[in-house]
Design a protein around this ligand. Structure first.
Ligand SMILES: Cc1cc2nc3c(=O)[nH]c(=O)nc-3n(C[C@H](O)[C@H](O)[C@H](O)COP(=O)(O)O)c2cc1C
Length: 189
């Protein structure tokens, strides 16, 4: 690729930590990761235990070109505190998809897995992309959790109406990847 073409990429020199949680919408994160890389970003992935039930870490490792981290206690032979190293590396933590469970854990200030530990240890911008069943999304507890996270400066790409895994056509469907990429570019400008 010519240096000129490289220069035009909107996410050049940006490091994005893509945090993946346990939602059926995870299948779209594979393309999202590719879109982020095409836009010039370096992408590293962290996964919750729930996310790994849906798609193996190997997929995101192959797509990102980097090891995928899932366990805060896995030092992988090198001495480095994994959650703080990852936290300091990122310009943006993109949580996509963000499950109801992960949103609740983040809003509660928990650090009970690698993803929540990294989020708490980081001062990077955080962009959440919720995806869930409409009743989970509109539940007052989820709405309160999202409100709390917005109050502390986290940004949200709101879910849209669409076909949900429960069979209903309702709100909770993950936003389109194009919308997410546009928001990432705006947030990192
Ligand atoms: C087939 C299936 C689809 C699911 N989809 C979602 C979803 O889209 N959003 C969500 O919040 N939870 C969803 N869940 C439930 C979560 O996977 C569950 O709450 C899990 O504990 C989330 O863990 P994590 O947030 O730590 O990844 C789904 C579960 C199953 C079995």
């Amino acid at each position: 690729m010519s240096p000129q073409k490289n220069k035009a990429k909107p996410l050049n020199r940006k490091t994005i930590l893509l945090a993946l949680s346990g939602s059926i919408a995870l299948y779209k994160s594979c393309d999202l990761l590719r879109n982020l890389k095409e836009a010039g970003a370096e992408v590293h992935c962290v996964m919750t235990a729930g996310a790994q039930k849906f798609i193996s870490a190997l997929t995101f490792q192959a797509l990102s070109g980097h090891p995928v981290h899932t366990d805060p206690f896995d030092q992988n032979g090198d001495w480095a505190v994994l959650h703080t190293t990852l936290a300091d590396k990122a310009d943006l933590i993109l949580v996509s998809p963000a499950s109801a469970n992960l949103i609740a854990r983040m809003a509660g200030g928990m650090a009970n897995d690698l993803v929540t530990s990294v989020v708490l240890a980081s001062r990077a911008k955080v962009l959440l992309v919720p995806a869930m069943n409409d009743h989970m999304y509109t539940h007052p507890i989820t709405q309160d959790n999202l409100k709390r996270l917005k109050q502390i400066g986290y940004q949200v790409v709101e879910p849209i109406e669409g076909e949900l895994v429960c069979g209903r056509h309702s709100v909770g469907h993950i936003a389109e990847n194009e919308t997410i990429i546009k928001k990432v570019i705006t947030v990192l400008k």
